[in-house]
Every structure is written in C-alpha cells, then in structure tokens.
Design a protein around this ligand. Structure first.
Ligand SMILES: [Zn+2]
Length: 312
C-alpha cells in the first residue's frame, strides 16, 4: 500500500470515528494532488483535506475527534502535553498500585519511555512486542523523568507496522552525575543474587549472603540521562578499589558505607567514555574509561552548549 493511500485511510477513519462517512477515492485524489503535484508536506496536506471535508459536509469542527499530533519519543520534552505516539511495547512491569492497569516501557526508533495506563482509562491490555498507536496521551514528569499517561480520553490501537527500537549497543561520552544509595559494598542473597536491604532479601528474607561491589548511577551525555550499572571489574579498573580492597577498607573503618563515599570521591562528576548494552532498565557497562584532559574540555563544551547540567 502506498503512503498516500495509508494517509487517506487515516483521514477516512478519523471521520468514521466521529460518525461520518467520507469517500476514500475523493480523499486520495486530493491528497495526491497536494503531496505529489504541489509538494505540500504530508501533515499539512492531511490538515487541508480534513478542513475541506469539514466545510463540504458542514460538520462542526468540535464534532470531529481530532488526534493530538503524532510525535517521536525523542521529541517529548515537557509535561502536560497531549500527543500521539506510534510505539512498540518493550516491557511490562509489575504494578503495585490499584490505580494502574499497566505500566512499563514503550519505544520507537528515537527512544524509550515509561508509560502508565490508568485503571480508570478502561483500556484493553497491551502486549509486549506488539506495536500500537497511542493516541491522545498526556506527557508527565515523574521522578525527574518523562513518561506518558494513558487516560480515558486516550485511544490505543494495535497497528500493522513493526516499529524499530533504538540500537541496544551504546557508546557514550558523558559525566557521572549521580550515584545511588544502594551502591558500593553491597550484600547479595546466595540463592537469587538479589541485593539485600538491611540484611533482608526481598524474596528469601533473612538468608545467607555474600559481598559484592557495584555502582548504580546516572550518566549524562548532554542529551539524555542513562541509568548505568558498573560491576566490580569496571570499578576496580577505574579506581583501583576491587572487592578485596573494599572489604579491607570497610574492616579498617568498621563502616561499610566508607566504600561508597570513597567511590563517590573518585568518580562523581568525572567524565567517561563507555560502551554498554541496554538492559531492561539500566545500561550494563562493558567497558568504561576516564576521558583524557583535552577530551574532557571538549565534552564540557558540548554539555554546556546544549544546557546539560554537570556536577563538580
Ligand atoms: Zn534471595
């Protein structure tokens, strides 16, 4: 099916959703003329034909259900905007709130974003790996990050397109702008490897545990924030502090937290180049190194130009 035919179908559907039948051949002819002959951009051509039909059929403008503009995920920048998105469901998370029907990640070729479908929206459930039009959803900022909310005015339609996702492998130059609390010298459950909180595994309760070293942090490349995980090897290569050294440090000071503050001193606000792979939620770092001095200056310049915040 050619592009103009597809656009024609969308126009016809828009009218149909509002209870009006329009002739697809007529729509096609007009769109083709505008787009092919007069080189009018697609959006504008669709608007022009829609306006023509409204007038011709004497339909009050507010009777037509008009979708919010279709945007790419990378262009979502401020909360409170009504938008439409074509995206693939990347992952569904467990929801603990009765107000939430579904929560997880959706993506297009420009990025990945969290979505929330409110229980009150009363929508059919989406499935992982399927592609949808999310029409008339609202952007929101939660915990410093953008997300989209699907409410009762939104529409979810499965679409016959395979939306591609951003490359999984990344190569980033940026600053480490935050290190999360549950980093440093941690204890993991011997059964499931989960990190213990106050000596307790979320699944197995009080259980046998072992020490590990890791950092959960946030990297800023001036355009995006990346949640990253550094493992023991990454940390040892950068700081000289491996698991053995960390345990020794904690023993000497009778304080496990000393490891985290030591790692913060050495890493926070510094610039790195790293290669990694997008995991479910975090970038798993394969390879990370400090930037050389001249590269740091260059990176700072880039970050300041595009308004990125840096620490240190
Ligand atoms: Zn466990």
């Amino acid at each position: 099916m050619d592009r103009i035919h597809k656009l024609s179908e969308e126009v016809v559907k828009k009218f149909k959703n509002s209870g009006y039948d329009v002739n697809i051949k007529d729509v096609y002819k007009r769109l083709k003329l505008l787009i092919d002959e007069f080189k009018v951009p697609e959006d504008e051509a669709v608007r022009t034909v829609t306006n023509y039909l409204l007038k011709e059929l004497d339909i009050p403008r507010d009777k037509l259900v008009v979708d919010s503009p279709l945007v790419k995920i990378a262009d979502i920048g401020s909360p409170g905007q009504w938008i439409s998105l074509k995206a693939k469901v990347v992952q569904l998370w467990d929801s603990s709130s009765p107000n939430v029907s579904q929560v997880g990640l959706i993506g297009d070729e420009t990025g990945i974003i969290k979505f929330v479908i409110w229980a009150k929206a009363n929508k059919p459930e989406v499935e992982e790996g399927k592609n949808y039009l999310f029409a008339n959803v609202v952007t929101d900022r939660f915990g410093g990050k953008m997300q989209v909310n699907i409410n009762k005015y939104s529409r979810i339609e499965e679409i016959d397109e395979d939306i591609s996702l951003p490359p999984r492998d990344v190569d980033i130059v940026g600053a480490l702008v935050a290190i999360q609390q549950n980093s440093g010298l941690i204890r993991r459950c011997k059964i499931c490897n989960r990190v213990l909180t106050k000596g307790v595994c979320p699944i197995h309760g009080k259980t046998e545990a072992y020490d590990d070293l890791r950092i959960k942090g946030v990297m800023d490349d001036g355009e995006n924030y990346y949640e990253v995980i550094l493992n023991e090897e990454n940390i040892k290569n950068l700081t000289g502090i491996g698991l053995e050294e960390a345990i020794e440090l904690a023993r000497k000071h009778y304080d496990r937290e000393i490891v985290l503050s030591e790692l913060k001193n050495k890493l926070l606000g510094r610039y790195f180049r790293f290669k990694g792979r997008r995991g479910e939620r975090y970038l798993i770092v394969n390879d990370i190194e400090f930037l050389q001095y001249d590269e740091v200056e260059k990176a700072k310049e880039i970050l300041s130009k595009i308004g990125g915040e840096t620490i240190g």
